[in-house]
Design a protein around this ligand. Structure first.
Ligand code: ZN
Length: 127
């Protein structure tokens, strides 16, 4: 079996029969280098591929605008909530745990059926 010399680390290795023109050995570093070289030549020879790559990267950045900011702000005291996670289409807070008093429409933190304390003093029109 002919041995080849790895183009990255220079060791001699036995090429896999199913891989023609194998230039790199199977070490992870050398495979990484192989992919890097492949991508480099691909980028030089294929403008469409280059275009796709930069577009995909930009699309990802557009979809994750908070990523880098969060990455930097990610401190232990920051809590579990990421900023920006709730901003867009979260329901109005008043619909969750805070109810409106049936009498004066003040916010009450309790069961919607209960009225706030003002109800007792204020008994004006309900609607
Ligand atoms: Zn190698």
């Amino acid at each position: 079996m002919t041995k080849l010399r790895c183009a990255h680390c220079g060791i001699r290795f036995t090429p896999a029969p199913q891989v023609p023109n194998q230039a790199y050995c199977s070490k992870p570093d050398c495979q990484k280098e192989r992919r890097r070289q492949w991508q480099k030549s691909k980028l030089q020879s294929d403008p469409d591929y280059r275009d796709n790559q930069s577009r995909a990267q930009k699309a990802w950045t557009d979809r994750n605008p908070e990523y880098w900011r969060n990455h930097r702000l990610n401190r232990p005291d920051y809590g579990n909530t990421l900023p920006g996670e709730q901003a867009s289409d979260a329901p109005e807070p008043g619909n969750q745990s805070v109810a409106r008093c049936g009498g004066c429409y003040e916010s009450v933190q309790r069961d919607p059926a209960l009225s706030c304390s003002r109800k007792r003093r204020y008994s004006g029109p309900t609607k």
